[in-house]
Design a protein around this ligand. Structure first.
Ligand code: ATP
Length: 918
C-alpha cells in the first residue's frame, strides 16, 4: 500500500529535507518545499484534487495512520506515583511530621510512630486527590472550545474538527477563521493573514498563489502558505494541507509554548498571600505554645508533636487549592449553561461587571433573518410584502428583478447538501431564500466571478464583478447599507427597466422609505448594479431598490435585561444597523429609552466627541447605532474612564481589540470568528444574550461560595489553635492529641470545605449590586462570622473538656472533647452554606455537602467505635446519651447563626451577601 502513495513515503522519509536544512528545521522544511512548488505540482505530489479534495476513504485512513492526528498534545505527563511522592517532600510540615514519627520510633513510642505515619498518609492523600482533581478540571477547560475546519472531501464541504485533517485535504477559510494546518494556497481572495503568533510581526500579511522562488524564505516570505494557528484577517481562500500536528511550523515551536506556566488568578494569589500571613501568625502562636509547654515541664517530644500537628491543622494550606477547584468546577458548570470561560480570573470579574455592551444581531436577536418587505423607487410610498407571499415571475417588475439578481449574485451563502440548508452570513441567506417568493433560481452557477469586495462591518457593503464567459462583458453587483450604496449610485431603475438620474427628491424618497422600513425594526439593505467592472471600489452604480429584513428578538432576552437592570447593570446595545432600526428593536426588548435624545448615539457622533465627552454622555446611552468595530474600543475606553467594569460582546475580526480591552470580552461561539474567540475571555456557545446573565449569576455565586468556605476554614483553624493555646496557658493537659488534630485538619481542608464551594447559586444573588473590584474577600462581615463561630466552638469544647476532666485526663475525656470539636465543625459547616439563607430554605440541594458531612460523621463514629481506630486516635466508645449531649451543645453554633439569619431576613432593608453586611 505504501508504494501506492508516493506522498506518504516522501513525508515519512525526510532524507531530502534533512540534507538540505537539518533535522531541527525539518517541519519547517515542508512549507519551504511546497512554497517553491506550483499549485499543480502540490496537487500532484500530495495525490489530491484541487477542487474536490481527497476522495478515497481508505487513502484518508492510511494517511492518518502515517501522519497521526492533527493536534499538538502537551508534554508527557509525570506518572501519578511520582506526583504523589513529590507532595511529601514539597511540604515542610509533612517532612516535620515524618521526622516526628521517626523520633517517636527511635524513642520506642511505636504506637505514636504508626499513628502519625498513618495520619500523614491520609493528609497527603486528601491533598493530593484535591490537587489532582483541580488539575484535571483545569485540563477539561482547555478542551471546551474545539478547533474546527471547513473541509472539502469528494467535492462536499463540511465543518469538521480540525484534528481530523490529513495531508492532501482541501480546506476553505474566510475572514476570522483560524488556519487549521499548514496549507499551500490554491485560492486567495483579498486574503490577509495575521501571523503574529509565529513571527511576532503584528501587521497582517497578504497572501497569493505565486511560487516563492527565493531559496530559503523566512516564514513571513512564504506568501503562498497559510500556517497552522494563524488568523485570517480579511478575505477568504482555500488550499491543500501540506503538514499537520507537530510537523507544522507551529508544531515545531509548540513545546516551547506549552512549557509556559499558567498564571494564577488574583483571587488565588490573594488566597496564597492570606495563607502565608496565617501561617506566619500560626507559627508565632504555636512557637509560644510550645515554649510555654516546655517551660511548664511537659515532655518536649509531646510538645513538638502537638506543635507540628497544630501547624498542619491551623494553616489552611488547602485554601488556594480549594479556590482553584471551586473556580474550575464553577467554570465547568457555566460551560453546561453554554458560557465557556477561557481564563479563570474572568470568573471573579464577572461578579463585578456593571455594564454589558451587546451586539444586536445574533445576540439580542435570533440571527434568523427573513426578507419581509421590498421597495423600489417606482413604488413611491408603498412597499411590496415579501414574506409568505408568492409573486409570479412574469408579474415581477424589472427594478424588483434587477434588485433580486444583485442580491443573488453579490452573495456568499452556500447550500449544504448535508444540512439541507444555506450556510453563511444570515443577511445573505435571507436574500437567497427570498428568491423563491419570486419564482427565481440561484444564478451564481451560470456566471464567473472575477472580483469581490467582501462585506465587513467597516465597509458596510459588498460588491462583486461577474460575467457569463466573456470577461470584457463583466458587470458589477452591490448590496449594503443604504447611505453607502446611494453614495455610489447616480441613477436608478424604473419598473420597466429604464435608467433615470437620482435627483434630490428621489434621494430624499429613498432615505425616507429606508427609515420607514427601519421603524418596523427591520434591517435595511440597498441594492445596485452596473454593466462595467471595478478594480478597487465600484462607482456610477444604478440603484435598484431596498429590502427590509426581520430578525426577531431571542425569547428570553427581555427577561434577562429586566433582571440585569434590577441588579444595577447598565445594558447597552451596539449595532451596525441604522438608528431607527436599532431604536425599535431596543424598544421591543424592553431597554430603557427614557430620554430618546440622550439614549441613542451614532458612530458619527462618537467620532465627533472627545473621550471625556463620550465618557460623560455614555451614562445615559442605551443604544449605539451605525457603529464600526473601532467604535466599540472608544465605547469601552469611555466606560472604563468612568470606573465601570465592562463586558463587551463581539463576533467579527475587527471586534478583537475591543474584546481584549473590555474587562470581560465575550465572543459568539456559533457565529463568531476564531479571531474573536481568541481575543475573548468568555465564549457563548449559543450566542444568546441571556447566557451572559447565567454566567454573571454563577460568577457572583462562586465568590459567595468562596467566602463561605473561607469562613468555615478560618473558624475551624482559629478554634483549634485557640483551644490548645488556652489549655497550655492554663496549664491543662492537651485536650486533643496529635492524631485527633490531624483528623480535624482533614475535615477542615478536605471534602466538607470543598463541598461548600459547590453550593448551588442562589437566584437572589442577581438582586445584589455588582461587587466592587477592590472589595476584599476577607470582609469585616466574614471576619465577624469567623470569630463568632470560633468563639462558640472554643467555649463549648472547653466546657465539655473541663467538665469531663476530674483529676486526670482519661481516654473518655479526650474522646468527648474530640467528638465535641468535630460535631461543632459539622454544625459550623451547615451554617456556612449561606450567609443569609436558612438551612431550611436551602434544603438538601447540595449533594456533595450531604455526602461530605455524612462521610465525616461516619468517619468520626469509626474513630470512636472501631477498635483499630480507637487505638490510633486513643479514643473509647461513648454512650448514646453522650452523643445526644454533645449534639445539644454543638448545635449552638448553627442555631445562633440561624437566629442571626432570621433577624437579618426580618430586617426591612434585606440585602444579599457579605459585602453589604458589615
Ligand atoms: P450587530 O452589531 O447588530 O450585530 P453589525 O454591527 O454586525 O450588527 P453589520 O453586520 O455591520 O452590523 O451591518 C451593518 C449594515 O451593513 C447593515 O445595516 C446592512 O445594511 C449592511 N449589511 C449587513 N450584512 C450585509 C451583507 N451580508 N452584505 C451587504 N451588506 C450588509
Amino acid at each position: 500500500m505504501a508504494s501506492d502513495n508516493p506522498y506518504a513515503s516522501k513525508l515519512t522519509n525526510p532524507d531530502t529535507d534533512i540534507e538540505l536544512i537539518g533535522r531541527d528545521q525539518f517541519e519547517d522544511g515542508l512549507s519551504t518545499r511546497f512554497a517553491a512548488k506550483t499549485v499543480e505540482e502540490t496537487v500532484q505530489e500530495l495525490d489530491t484534487n484541487e477542487t474536490k479534495g481527497l476522495c478515497n476513504q481508505n487513502d484518508i485512513v492510511y494517511r492518518r495512520s502515517i501522519h497521526g492526528v492533527n493536534e499538538l498534545e502537551g508534554e508527557e505527563e509525570e506518572s501519578l506515583f511520582i506526583k504523589f511522592v513529590s507532595t511529601f517532600y514539597g511540604d515542610p510540615m509533612i517532612m516535620l511530621l515524618i521526622g516526628s514519627a521517626g523520633v517517636s520510633f527511635y524513642m520506642g513510642n511505636l504506637d505514636d510512630a504508626i499513628s502519625i505515619t498513618a495520619a500523614v498518609l491520609i493528609v497527603v492523600t486528601v491533598g493530593f486527590v484535591q490537587e489532582y482533581r483541580s488539575e484535571k478540571s483545569l485540563e477539561a477547560l482547555n478542551k471546551l472550545v474545539p478547533e474546527q475546519a471547513h473541509l472539502t472531501r469528494n467535492g462536499t464541504t463540511e465543518t469538521v474538527m480540525a484534528m481530523t485533517l490529513v495531508p492532501g485535504d482541501l480546506v476553505r477559510f474566510q475572514v476570522g477563521d483560524r488556519i487549521p494546518a499548514d496549507i499551500r494556497l490554491t485560492e486567495s481572495v483579498h486574503l490577509t493573514i495575521d501571523e503574529s503568533n509565529l513571527t511576532g510581526e503584528t501587521k497582517p500579511v497578504s497572501k497569493s498563489l505565486d511560487v516563492v522562488s527565493k531559496p530559503m524564505p523566512s516564514i513571513g516570505e512564504r506568501s503562498n502558505i497559510a500556517f497552522m494557528g494563524t488568523l485570517v484577517r480579511d478575505g477568504h481562500g482555500a488550499g491543500i494541507v501540506i503538514a499537520t500536528g507537530h510537523k507544522t511550523a507551529l508544531g515545531s515551536v509548540f513545546s516551547m509554548l506549552s512549557s509556559i506556566e499558567k498564571p494564577k488568578t488574583p483571587l488565588q494569589n490573594a488566597m496564597g498571600k492570606l495563607g502565608q500571613q496565617l501561617s506566619f501568625f500560626s507559627f508565632a502562636v504555636i512557637g509560644v505554645i510550645g515554649l510555654i509547654g516546655v517551660i511548664e515541664g511537659r515532655s518536649w517530644l509531646d510538645m513538638f508533636q502537638i506543635s507540628v500537628c497544630l501547624a498542619v491543622a491551623a494553616i489552611p494550606e488547602g485554601l488556594p487549592i480549594i479556590v482553584a477547584v471551586t473556580l474550575a468546577l464553577g467554570v465547568l458548570r457555566m460551560a453546561k449553561q453554554r458560557a465557556i470561560v477561557k481564563k479563570l480570573p474572568s470568573v471573579e470579574t464577572l461578579g463585578s461587571v456593571n455594564v454589558i455592551c451587546s451586539d444586536k444581531t445574533g445576540t439580542l436577536t435570533q440571527n434568523h433573518m427573513t426578507v419581509s418587505k421590498a421597495w423600489t423607487v417606482d413604488m413611491k410610498t408603498s412597499h411590496l410584502a415579501v414574506d409568505g407571499n408568492k409573486h409570479l415571475p412574469d408579474n415581477v417588475d424589472k427594478d424588483v428583478k434587477y434588485m433580486l439578481e444583485s442580491g443573488n449574485l453579490c452573495n456568499n451563502a452556500r447550500f449544504s447538501v448535508e444540512k439541507e440548508k444555506f450556510l453563511g452570513n444570515p443577511t445573505d441567506i435571507a436574500i437567497i431564500e427570498s428568491l423563491s417568493s419570486f419564482g427565481m433560481d440561484d444564478l451564481r452557477n451560470t456566471r464567473v466571478r472575477t472580483n469581490e469586495l467582501p462585506f465587513n462591518s467597516n465597509r458596510k457593503y459588498m460588491a462583486i464583478c461577474s460575467h457569463f464567459g466573456d470577461k470584457s462583458k463583466s458587470e458589477t453587483f452591490a448590496k449594503g447599507a443604504v447611505e453607502k450604496i446611494v453614495a455610489m449610485s447616480k441613477m436608478y431603475y424604473t419598473k420597466t427597466g429604464e435608467i433615470k438620474p437620482i435627483n434630490d427628491e428621489i434621494s430624499k424618497l429613498i432615505f425616507k422609505m429606508a427609515d420607514d422600513l427601519a421603524s418596523d425594526g427591520l434591517r435595511v439593505l440597498a441594492f445596485a448594479r452596473n454593466s462595467k467592472s471595478f478594480d478597487t471600489e465600484p462607482s456610477d452604480l444604478v440603484f435598484c431598490g431596498l429590502m427590509g429584513m426581520n430578525d426577531p428578538p431571542r425569547p428570553q432576552v427581555s427577561k434577562s435585561i429586566a433582571s440585569l437592570l434590577r441588579g444595577g447593570v447598565h445594558v447597552i446595545m451596539i449595532t451596525g444597523d441604522s438608528e431607527v432600526t436599532a431604536l425599535n428593536v431596543a424598544r421591543k426588548i424592553g431597554m430603557p429609552l427614557t430620554d430618546p435624545e440622550r439614549s441613542v448615539l451614532t458612530g458619527e457622533k462618537i467620532d465627533a466627541m472627545s473621550e471625556e465627552a463620550l465618557s460623560e454622555a455614555i451614562q445615559y446611552v442605551s443604544v449605539f447605532a451605525r457603529t464600526t468595530p473601532e467604535h466599540k474600543v472608544a465605547i469601552v475606553r469611555a466606560l472604563q474612564l468612568r470606573g465601570d467594569i465592562v463586558a463587551m460582546t463581539g463576533d467579527g475580526v475587527n471586534d478583537a481589540p475591543a474584546l481584549k480591552l473590555a474587562d470581560i470580552g465575550i465572543a459568539m461561539g456559533k457565529n463568531g470568528t476564531d479571531v474573536a474567540k481568541e481575543a475573548a475571555d468568555m465564549v457563548l456557545t449559543d450566542d444568546d444574550f441571556s447566557t451572559i446573565l447565567h454566567a454573571i449569576r454563577e460568577g457572583k455565586g462562586i465568590f459567595n461560595n468562596i467566602q463561605n468556605f473561607l469562613t468555615f476554614q478560618l473558624s475551624t483553624s482559629v478554634a483549634a489553635l485557640s483551644l490548645i493555646a488556652v489549655s497550655t496557658l492554663f496549664n491543662l493537659p492537651n485536650p486533643l492529641n496529635a492524631m485527633q488534630i490531624l483528623w480535624i485538619n482533614i475535615l477542615m481542608d478536605g471534602p466538607p470545605a470543598q463541598s461548600l464551594g459547590v453550593e448551588p447559586v442562589d437566584q437572589e444573588v442577581m438582586n445584589k449590586p455588582p461587587r466592587s473590584r477592590s472589595e476584599r474577600i476577607l470582609t469585616v462581615a466574614v471576619l465577624k462570622r469567623v470569630l463568632t463561630a470560633a468563639f462558640f466552638i472554643i467555649i463549648g469544647t472547653m466546657y465539655v473538656y473541663v467538665r469531663e476532666m476530674k483529676d486526670s485526663v482519661t481516654r473518655r475525656d479526650t474522646t468527648m472533647t474530640f467528638t465535641c470539636f468535630v460535631l461543632f465543625d459539622m454544625f459550623n459547616a451547615l451554617a456556612c452554606r449561606s450567609y443569609s439563607k436558612s438551612v431550611f430554605q436551602l434544603g438538601l440541594k447540595n449533594t456533595m455537602f450531604n455526602y461530605a458531612v455524612g462521610g465525616s460523621l461516619l468517619g468520626q463514629l469509626c474513630a470512636i467505635y472501631v477498635p483499630f481506630f480507637q487505638s490510633i486516635f486513643q479514643t473509647e466508645a461513648l454512650a448514646a446519651s453522650d452523643l445526644l449531649y454533645l449534639v445539644a451543645i454543638t448545635s449552638s453554633v448553627w442555631i445562633v447563626d440561624e437566629v442571626r439569619k432570621y433577624l437579618r431576613r426580618k430586617n426591612a432593608s434585606y440585602t444579599y451577601g457579605y459585602s453589604t453586611a458589615v
